[in-house]
Design a protein around this ligand. Structure first.
Ligand code: GLN
Ligand code: ZN
Length: 763
């Protein structure tokens, strides 16, 4: 009999109840009891949703982040908050979000303000965790209360609970040693706390504990691999059974290590590492549980259950009771419930499965394995029909688009001349001063702008009224830029809700959900669009807006587009063709838009690739292949233009050292990047040899309401000029300004323009 279980459930709530409760609590609108009650209700509902499983995850709920929960469980709090007194939940939020000195006024003499914890992407997902902090002195002390309370709650609900914790090696590997000391040296101090935790769970008669070690799907140094052996020998106390969970990819060189660990069960991601199931089973002793993640926890497509069973049935015969089945990873990374989507195109909806539907699929698979396929004929037939319809739908596969991609040749991605030759022609045409000033695209999305959009979407104003409101906002942006004296203007992106959604809504092959929210960090969620079919652009998407903006001024107006790699990386993508193919289709659509903008007389076009870096595969050995098709896609999108047309790109992060050759290969005439927080040092990566084109290093952090001082900007740009010749430098903020207010933007940009003028006078 196949045992069913789940690794984790989305905690934000189908209606984002946790998000709204968190934000209300932070603003002092609801009490601690109220937010605790919302959390308890959500846990209860989610356990109900999962109650048909043989083992249900407990401890996967987190108010903010599961890694931060683990840090509290292990008593590993950053030095700067250790002196905090007061309520644990409030301190927890303080570690996550920081506390400003003003907010801490009545704590001025005791604990004061504090910086927020650093946040980083959870593997290759769009979830962000709070990075554990260590130093050579780090001590650990168990606080099992959170887990024990939730365990008791689940039990009182009649749930067969399987506590979930992050394993010690992954915990250490994902943390940061603030003093550059050796994190692994902390393992001997950490393990006793894990032992104590397992003992505490055993005392509650817990049978199985799921211990997550996803770091095993990445390249590990030998000493870290060695550490696995000693760590798990120490944790194998015989008091509880351990299910060691790996996910997000194949184990490769770590497979034999995993096979040899003294744990009672292994979970393997059988979506991304199906080829490793047989080799792993062959290595495992005959008493080990083999948990297979057979339902994709990272995407929203229905499982082809019949095909899955063809593969799984022989394995089930062989493994018998040793087989467990589950989604490939925690369902945290998919939306909760497809049935909420009342407005989604029914054809597309019939191809999808969100968290709840994925659990249904799991039960169907289990029933087919246990009782034979005849026991679930209706489910299997319905599933087969849906899979076939999707496969055959002309909305999914369009031969003309496939042919257009096949016809892409080397010429598509190549500018006619080198940067040096282009730069001369562009200089003649654009006549920009030294240190030209510009912004990254968006201006403040004011309440009026948002309101106009939501009224338009709700049908309360018509398109003409909406367009009028947007044009008024564009005109306002142009006038502000004129008074500020900027050199290259933008239209301000008032008409865009989001840099991906805006384009996705206008492209064929994309669908949008209403409630398909996925947690990104804390209370923040994203609603990734669904790229379901071959992509085409029925008509121009941005030209009218940009042309209108350009008509209001003589200054060059930058056309503003989102690049193909970013569109791809911020969407749920097809599982029936390689990502590289979908990316090329997007590239052709953006290329057509670029050419239309050029034809409309736009002299500068910016193609944002904010998400290029985050698409990097987990394993470095696969970076080259990703970068090669990603860069090619950008080049296809950008490089059809004449020498005189200036192509910009923008990336808002600050790690370039290891990918600089690919960034240079994109061959944009100008790149704007985030640098203000690293004080221009990252420009070291952009020396003449490695990066010969123009660069706009961001001179101020747009995430902060602080107004940058002119002297500070001048200083930063002087530092920049030590690394990149002044002729190739631009002056701009780190990123778009849509989250700021005009009252912050105007003085900030005024100082930026004044700084550029001062710099020009110097050279
Ligand atoms: N052009 C976009 C903006 O200014 C870029 C956003 C981004 O890089 N995240 O908002
Ligand atoms: Zn940015």
């Amino acid at each position: 009999m196949a045992t069913t279980h789940n690794l984790g459930f989305p905690r934000i709530g189908a209606q984002r109840e946790l998000k709204f409760a968190l934000e209300a609590y932070w603003q002092g609108q609801i009490s601690r009891n109220e937010i605790e009650a919302v959390a308890a209700q959500l846990r209860k509902r989610h356990w109900d949703n999962q109650s048909a499983l043989d083992w249900v995850p407990v401890g996967d709920f987190a108010f903010y982040d599961q890694m931060l929960d683990m840090s509290f469980t292990l008593g590993n709090l950053p030095e700067r908050v250790r002196g905090f007194h007061g309520n644990t939940l409030d301190n927890y939020f303080r570690v996550a979000r920081g506390r400003s000195a003003e907010a801490a006024a009545d704590h001025a003499r005791c604990c004061g303000g504090v910086a927020a914890g650093e946040m980083t992407k959870w593997f290759d997902t769009n979830y962000h965790y709070i990075v554990p902090e260590f130093d050579a002195q780090s001590e650990f002390r168990l606080d099992a209360s959170r887990l024990l309370v939730q365990l008791a709650e689940a039990r009182s609900q009649g749930i067969n609970a399987k506590p979930v914790i992050i394993g010690p090696i992954t915990y250490l590997a994902l943390g940061k040693a603030k003093d550059d000391s050796d994190k692994l040296a902390l393992l001997p101090r950490l393990l006793p706390v894990y032992q104590e935790l397992l003992t505490a769970l055993a005392a509650q008669s817990v049978a199985w504990v799921q211990i997550d070690e996803p770091i095993l799907v990445t390249e590990l140094e030998d000493r870290w691999r060695q550490a696995y052996i000693s760590a798990y020998a120490a944790l194998n106390t015989g008091k509880v059974k351990l299910l060691l969970a790996t996910y997000f990819g194949p184990l490769l060189e770590n497979l034999s290590l995993v096979g040899a660990l003294p744990v009672q069960g292994i979970h393997l991601d059988a979506i991304r590492a199906r080829q490793e199931v047989d080799p792993l089973v062959a290595r495992l002793p005959a008493d080990r549980i083999v948990s297979l993640g057979v339902i994709d926890g990272r995407n929203i497509w229905k499982t082809d259950i019949n095909a899955l069973l063809d593969w799984l049935e022989p394995l089930a015969m062989k493994l018998g009771d040793r087989l467990w089945i589950a989604p490939s990873c925690s369902l945290l990374h998919v939306p909760v419930d497809l049935t909420s989507e009342q407005k989604l195109d029914p054809e597309i909806k019939s191809w999808l499965a969100f968290a709840l539907q994925k659990l249904d699929e799991l039960h169907t698979v289990a029933a087919a394995l246990d009782k034979g396929r005849e026991a679930v004929t209706a489910e299997l037939d319905a599933n087969r029909t849906a899979i076939e319809m999707r496969h055959r739908s002309p909305r999914v596969n369009d031969p003309t688009i496939k042919a257009a991609v096949a016809a892409i040749d080397a010429e598509f991605g190549r500018r006619k001349n080198t940067y040096t030759q282009r730069a001369l022609k562009q200089a003649v045409r654009l006549k920009l001063p030294k240190f030209p000033t510009t912004t990254i695209g968006s201006f403040p999305q004011t309440p009026e702008v948002r309101q106009a959009r939501s009224r338009f979407k709700a049908g309360r104003i018509d398109q003409a009224a909406y367009h009028k409101a947007m044009r008024a906002e564009i005109e306002r942006s142009v006038r502000e830029q004129e008074s500020l004296g900027l050199d290259v203007f933008v239209h301000g992106e008032a008409e865009r809700n989001d840099m991906v959604e805006y384009f996705g809504e206008q492209l064929d092959g994309y669908a949008f959900t209403r409630f398909g929210w996925v947690q990104s960090y804390g209370s923040r969620c994203v609603k990734p669009p669904i790229l379901f079919g071959d992509i085409s652009r029925p008509k121009a998407m941005t030209v009218e807006w940009i042309k209108y903006a350009a008509s209001l001024t003589d200054k060059p107006m930058k056309g503003m587009l989102t690049g193909p790699v970013t569109l791809l990386n911020w969407s749920f993508v097809r599982d029936d063709q390689p990502r590289s193919v979908s990316c090329k289709q997007l590239a052709l659509a953006i290329r057509a838009e670029v050419l239309d903008l050029e034809k409309a007389g736009i002299r500068i076009i910016q193609i944002d690739e904010a998400a290029l870096r985050e698409g990097l595969p987990l394993r470095k050995s696969q970076w080259k292949s990703y970068l090669s098709w990603a860069v090619e896609a950008f080049r296809i999108a950008a490089n059809g233009v004449a020498d005189e047309t200036q192509i910009h790109t923008h990336m808002c992060y600050s790690e370039f050292n290891d990918i600089i050759a690919s960034i240079a290969d994109m061959d944009a005439d100008v790149i704007t990047i985030e640098t203000s927080r690293s004080a221009m040092e990252l420009l070291d990566a952009f020396d003449d040899f490695r990066y010969p084109n123009e660069i706009g290093p961001g001179v101020y952090d747009i995430h902060s309401p602080n107004i940058p001082r002119r002297e500070h900007i001048v200083q930063l740009m002087r530092k920049a000029a030590e690394r990149v010749p002044a002729e190739r430098l631009w002056v701009n903020p780190d990123c778009g300004l849509k989250t700021r207010q005009w009252s912050e933007v105007i003085p900030a940009l005024a100082n930026m323009v004044a700084a550029a003028r001062e710099l020009r006078a110097e050279v």
